[in-house]
Design a protein around this ligand. Structure first.
Ligand code: GLN
Ligand code: ZN
Length: 742
């Protein structure tokens, strides 16, 4: 067959039972040897290839496996790991780059486009030289071939690889390395061809974001160069996570054989593809099965879109919109889901079947699409209701008025000190939670254990001398899951793990229906903590945008409407906390930045509804109730006006690592601000002098009356020893600065 035909652009790799995670963690702990780790990987690859081949895909991808991250794999493949990892055996250097080694800090970890996957950022400079240092794509191709399975090796495309890298030298752009990188890609293509590969997939997702002229020119150059090679497999280039904009025309005109387009992320992109005359001689893979959400595909819509392209391209096949890396393995394993909801879902394994079925339907074969149609119809019929008594977002009184009311009620000292919410989660706490969940610890015993922990955390904070206390969040496994378990309209999976980075996996809740809050979710804990102290206890909630960002959400309603429903539930909780005597309420939105659309043209609309959801959740609070929010990044850039528009009385954010660089952006910020003075991502304990310097920097940039002093983020991943020591230093530093101010 000369066409690719039906395929998926990638598949989960962590293992249906997180086998890779376990093997990695045991390997790092030296409990298993390297051979055992490698065998785990090989077994997982074999299972994946066999599954995909048996399902009837025309083309099976390979090299979608990774021991940690595929961007790191690419840097490693081309001999481009930074020099500080030199001198180690290859796999040790690889893991050192991923996790940090002796005196060699790890590569930076950052978000992969607008997904919840995180990749390691390659570091490239003017001195970087590329060599074809590894053989991973070739080895995996041959490994599959030895099993009798012909595959299509998947590579990160050269332009995206360079665009994802960070520069190690001022004024240098990694894209300048393109001409030295392309020959190495060509070498690799030649070797894959020699080994027998008929097709290779090159992923260029960077072109789903806005790109400059120079970057588009690099794309032109790369594919004209690689395309002209004679000894090469046929080339499939993919663009996922959004529409390709001008890159569509570039790739259509490049000497490649096939192009995969994401027809799910942007409804209108199919028209642009259909209007592209240069696709005449290409195979187009219509990405109509959503690779990053969990719903069954509507066959009518999917086939409609794919069929639009039939006359336009040389041939059209069905594919996923992106790699299936972002969804769990298999719905069949989920026995705890409500049966009706289960019928609406497709995880990776089911999506493969959808691709095969839709591919056959597109070819005009007589296939039975009625079960899929029924599932989609059933989900549509389950509908959603609007809350009829739903309040509109109301503006709170002006800040000055609120601040005066809050001052009267709270009576806080200058430079008030607080934490972001969670305290260290001890083994005892985790054990108690797990035992309760498993039914081995009854409600009363669990309650007693958690209350004891809350009391201990409150006592500790009083002893330390913090001004605004928290209950410590011992009852929360995860800041989104905890709320999802208490809201209607969410379902939790048993095995729905998705790789976040390396060995870290998350199990996002599924938002399937009407969201409402049948009963208070956090009030009991906040009230108990407040009963133990005269100091104000801050109630802790997760905001609507973050709840959406870390869940699988409905794709049949606008996100803005779903956000509104979640906001109304949070609003109910705010009201109940207030009624229970809680005077400060923090609504965390660490993911506000995460959901920002890849293209600038989508920013305004997103920020409008995101801000409005936060305000809907919080604007019912009385003037005297102090609303806090917390964000987890230090570069505001263009979202600063949106953060301002949240209208929170106090905003805390990560700042310690950047040495408060964020403050220059915040000079204009009109309300309370708590730039983190203690980097909780590291076990290091900053001393009082260091913290004092940061606090002084803060009050140098922002009027002292608006500055709060707090760590960068929650403390749950740290141990008590470091946390106690760091908070003691924080308090000591603040006392010193207060004395200077007085
Ligand atoms: N309140 C949460 C905590 O302290 C906030 C976590 C976060 O910002 N990611 O754990
Ligand atoms: Zn945070």
């Amino acid at each position: 067959m000369t066409d690719i035909g039906t395929t998926v652009l990638g598949y989960p790799r962590i293992g249906p039972d997180r086998e890779l995670k376990r093997a990695l963690e045991r390997f790092w702990a030296r409990e298993i040897d390297q051979a055992t780790l490698l065998r785990t990987g090989r077994d997982l690859r074999e299972r994946t290839w066999r599954t995909l081949a048996a399902a009837g895909l025309d083309s099976v991808p390979s090299n979608t496996f990774s021991h940690y991250d595929h961007v790191l794999d690419t840097a490693d493949l081309f001999g481009a790991l930074p020099g500080r990892f030199g001198g180690l055996p290859p796999l040790d250097a690889y893991f050192a780059a991923a996790r940090g080694g002796q005196d060699a800090p790890a590569l930076e970890l950052t978000k992969w486009f607008d997904t919840n996957y995180h990749y390691l950022v390659p570091e490239l400079g003017p001195d970087t030289t590329f060599t074809l240092a590894g053989t991973k794509p070739l080895d995996e191709y041959l490994e599959a071939k030895a099993l009798g399975i012909e595959t299509r090796p998947v590579l990160l495309g050269p332009v995206t690889f360079l665009l994802l890298a960070k520069s190690t030298a001022p004024g240098f752009r990694p894209l300048e390395l393109l001409d030295t990188l392309l020959p190495r890609y060509a070498d690799l293509l030649r070797r894959l061809r020699e080994a027998g590969a008929g097709w290779v997939q090159l992923d260029e997702p960077a072109f789903a974001a806005d790109r400059t002229e120079a970057e588009l020119n690099a794309l032109i150059r790369a594919y004209h160069w690689l395309g002209k090679e004679t000894a090469r497999p046929k080339l499939l280039v993919t663009g996922s996570y959004g529409h390709l904009g001008r890159a569509l025309g570039v790739l259509a005109r490049a000497p490649i054989e096939a192009l995969a387009v994401d027809l799910v992320s942007d409804e209108s992109f199919v028209d642009a593809v259909a209007a592209e005359p240069a696709l005449r001689d290409k195979e187009v893979l219509a990405g109509v099965v959503d690779g990053r959400n969990v719903w069954r595909t509507d066959p009518n819509r999917a086939l409609g879109r794919a069929a639009t392209l039939l006359g336009v391209a040389k041939s059209v096949s069905v594919a996923t919109s992106c790699s299936l890396l972002h969804v769990p393995y298999d719905v069949e394993r989920e026995h705890g889901l409500p049966p009706r909801v289960r019928g609406w879902l497709a995880f990776a394994r089911q999506k493969v079947d959808e691709v095969v079925l839709l591919g056959r339907a597109l070819r005009g074969e007589d296939v039975d699409l009625s079960p899929a149609r029924q599932a989609v119809a059933d989900r549509a019929a389950a509908g959603v209701r609007e809350r009829s008594e739903a309040p509109e977002e109301t503006a709170r009184p002006p800040y000055a008025e609120r601040a005066a009311a809050q001052r009267a009620v709270l009576g806080l000292p200058p430079l008030p000190t607080t934490t972001i919410g969670s305290f260290p989660q001890t083994t005892d706490v985790r054990k108690a939670r797990a035992a309760h969940k498993a039914g081995k610890l009854d409600d009363a015993a669990y309650e007693t254990a958690m209350r004891a922990e809350v009391e201990r955390v409150v006592r500790l904070q009083e002893d330390l001398g913090l001004d605004v206390l928290v209950h410590g969040e011992p009852e929360r496994n995860d800041m989104v899951q905890y709320f999802a378990e208490r809201l209607t309209g969410f379902a939790a999976t048993g095995h729905g793990w998705v790789q976040s980075y390396g060995s870290r996996c998350v199990r996002p809740p599924i938002l399937f229906g009407d969201v409402s809050r049948p009963a208070p979710m956090t009030v009991r804990w906040a009230r108990y903590a407040q009963s133990l102290t005269a100091k104000p206890v801050k109630g802790m909630l997760t905001g609507p945008v973050t709840i959406l960002a870390w869940s699988f959400v409905r794709d049949d309603r606008p996100l803005a409407e779903t956000a509104r429903q979640v906001a109304l539930a949070v609003r109910d909780e705010v009201r109940d906390l207030e009624a229970a005597g809680i005077r400060i309420i923090q609504v965390d939105e660490p993911a506000l930045r995460e959901l920002l659309p890849l293209r600038r043209s989508g920013h305004e609309e997103y920020l409008r509804w995101a801000v409005s959801a936060f305000r809907l959740a919080t604007s019912g609070a009385a003037a005297a109730t102090q609303i806090h929010t917390h964000l987890c990044y230090s570069e505001f850039g263009e979202i600063l006006p949106a953060i301002d528009a949240l209208d929170a009385d106090v905003t805390s954010l990560e700042a310690a690592r950047s040495k408060m660089a964020v403050l220059t952006e915040l000079a204009e910020f009109g309300r309370g601000i708590g730039p983190g003075v203690y980097d909780i991502h590291s076990p290091r304990v900053p001393d009082a002098a260091e913290i004092g310097t940061l606090v002084r920097t803060a009050i140098g940039a922002v009027p002292a009356g608006r500055v709060w002093v707090n760590p960068d983020c929650g403390l749950k991943t740290r141990g008590y020893r470091e946390v106690e020591a760091a908070l003691r230093n924080l308090i000591a530093a603040v006392r010193e600065v207060r004395a200077e101010l007085a």
